[in-house]
Ligand binder design. Structure first.
Ligand code: SAH
Length: 513
């Protein structure tokens, strides 16, 4: 019986998504997202967090006036949640930061309670705490601050609404953190000054906390309004006011990372549901952890092969082969998943020996509990062929390959006296259109690097972007890829000395130093 067959109402999980960095959601929040039928999210939420929801889940973005999204009225949100919950659906209401801080949580829970809809609240990291961590602002400090106040800078719409008690805030024995305080900076700073808070009280404005483009501006209570105007600072930002702010280091751990402020376009294919290693994602994660702002624009896409029959036939007679040769991690996933899907398992491999073109492919084999018998010293088809050639005479090789790619391996093994069968275990095709926003950013020179991780990707990028590729530096994974770029009229700024994504990242970091 599926959960939708019961007469029980569904449930609403109200989840704090954190302030930006997709890693700052709680484990419980991820669990809830994994069960969602509907996700209703604030526009400030990092879209990467939505990846935790099943692909089938409906997604509803509540826009805001400064985003392009439609602004959905609160009543409509409430009605949607109640209606869906009554259909026994699981709803995640995903909010920026924490759900209890300046987010009208009580209004939503009140409506749900009145409607008899079960709900659960999953806290998140609020912007003040996140900014304090990422900009290293000790919001409490044994010498400077024994309390913290989260204060709204949002001015009441009608004059009858109560004004903040600025006298109390001016005397507050600790750090004030203003949310939504950019537009109203003149108002609240003057109000604090007029109640006696000193002009030179240290202030730090942290914009886009925990995002790759986080920035911090230091000033004083006397200058904050002018600084906001002068620098034309736009939300979201939290503004810290108090002596503890004087303890802020010039460069925090976050902005000291080697690729901080560097924008990189990653062009590897998006992961397949079946591929546990998530190749684009792992490169993105590695770059992201070094501080880069990563834009994912796959240049090629991979999918099932056009015909499984030759693959299934080969899988049913693996004992005829001496070597099973993989030239990509994708090949490993597609072939071994297929083996499982048609009722086989690893025992079907028997005594066959396994070769991998490089460490990424070998790692992928390891995920399936297989150890590669051979990985060449240089991670390219020529080296793999050379490593196998010595004992190729009379041996039978099964090559698991993509629908397109180089013929070198098959040719050289055949020339060395081997008997070679090739099976296409996945299709690789060009992505037809680039995301127009990413194209525009590239043309405007706002992307620093493009990663080029294969020859097919180089050709597809040329088709997608043409001359605009000259606006960014190209990072090539290997001499073979560099050669293709060269023939297309592009000169890579760096080439990985180890032909892996790790080597590529290293080359970009070295260049950036
Ligand atoms: N519930 C949210 C706050 C929502 S109000 C939380 O707990 O963080 C929206 C305000 O939050 C913004 O105007 C800004 O002041 C602050 N904010 C949200 N995300 C932020 C970020 N990444 N960096 C700085 N401030 C942020």
């Amino acid at each position: 019986m599926s959960k939708h067959d019961t007469n029980q109402p569904g449930i609403v999980y109200i989840v704090g998504a954190g302030p930006g960095d997709a890693g700052l959601i709680t484990l419980r929040g991820v669990e809830c997202l994994g069960r969602a039928d509907l996700v209703i999210y604030d526009c400030l939420v990092n879209p990467a967090i939505l990846e935790h929801a099943p692909p089938s889940a409906e997604r509803l973005c509540l826009g805001s006036p400064d985003t392009l999204g439609r602004l959905v009225p609160q009543q409509e949100v409430n009605a949607r949640m109640i209606h869906q919950a009554r259909q026994a659906k699981t709803i995640v209401r995903l909010k920026g930061g924490d759900c209890s801080v300046f987010s009208r949580n009580a209004e939503e829970t009140e409506v749900l309670r009145a409607a008899g809809i079960p709900f659960e609240v999953v806290p998140g990291v609020t912007a003040a705490v996140a900014a304090a961590g990422y900009a290293e602002i000790p919001i409490t400090h044994s010498a400077h601050s024994s309390a913290v106040a989260l204060v709204t800078g949002h001015l009441p719409r009608d004059s009858s609404a109560a004004e903040l008690d600025y006298g109390a805030l001016a005397d507050f024995p600790g750090t004030l953190v203003f949310y939504m305080g950019l537009d109203s900076a003149r108002h609240w700073s003057r109000s604090l000054l007029s109640r006696g808070k000193p002009l030179d009280t240290p202030v730090a404005i942290v914009r886009r906390a925990t995002w790759a483009d986080q920035s911090t501006v230091n000033c004083t209570l006397g200058s904050v309004a002018a600084v906001v105007d002068e620098k034309e600072l736009k939300p979201p930002a939290v503004i810290f006011v108090g002596e503890a702010v004087s303890m802020v280091p010039e460069i925090s751990w976050f902005s000291a990372r080697p690729l901080f402020g560097v924008r990189v376009m990653v062009t590897r294919p998006r992961h397949q549901a079946e591929s546990p290693r998530h190749q684009a994602e792992s490169l993105c994660r590695r770059l992201g952890e070094l501080g880069a702002d990563v834009l994912l624009q796959p240049a090629i896409q991979i999918s099932e092969p056009p015909d499984w029959k030759p693959v299934d036939e080969a899988l049913s007679q693996l004992d005829r082969y001496d070597w099973l040769v993989f030239s990509s991690a994708n090949g490993v996933c597609f072939l071994l998943d297929r083996l499982r899907d048609i009722g086989g398992d690893l025992r079907s491999l028997g005594k066959i020996r396994v070769a991998a073109i490089g460490p990424g492919t070998a790692e992928q084999l390891a995920e399936y509990h297989l150890r590669a018998d051979l990985v060449p010293v240089e991670y390219r088809a020529e080296s793999l062929a050379a490593a196998l050639a010595g004992e190729a005479v009379g041996r039978r090789f099964l090559l698991a390959r993509a629908s397109r790619g180089r013929e070198v391996l098959a040719e050289e093994l055949t020339a060395a006296g081997g008997k070679v069968d090739q099976i296409v275990v996945y299709s690789s095709s060009d992505v037809e259109r680039a995301d127009p926003r990413i194209s525009a950013e590239l043309t405007d020179g706002r992307i620093d690097w493009i990663t080029v991780t294969s020859s097919a990707i180089a050709r597809s990028l040329n088709r997608l972007f043409g001359d605009a590729m000259h606006e960014a530096k190209l990072a090539s994974i290997s001499p073979v890829t560099s050669e293709v770029l060269h023939r297309l009229g592009f000169e890579p700024a760096v080439e990985a000395s180890c032909y892996t994504t790790g080597g590529l990242v290293e080359a970009i970091v070295d260049f950036s130093r």
